[in-house]
Design a protein around this ligand. Sequence first.
Ligand SMILES: [Zn+2]
Length: 65
Amino acid sequence: MGDPTSTGIPVPASGSGRPGDETDPAASQTAPNTCPACGGSGRLENKPCPECEGTGMVTVTVGDA
Ligand SMILES: [Zn+2]
């Protein structure tokens, strides 16, 4: 016993994940996410967060390539 690479378990190569929330059909590779720099507050030490420009949200790439 010891051959996990050639066993014979078919794995679907289609990674179609559907969050089902605020997903834009135009942005299939990106998704809005809470800014990790400011935690979604949009501010860092009384200044606009440079990571999200004060929006508290950032667009992250969710491509599993
Ligand atoms: Zn931020």
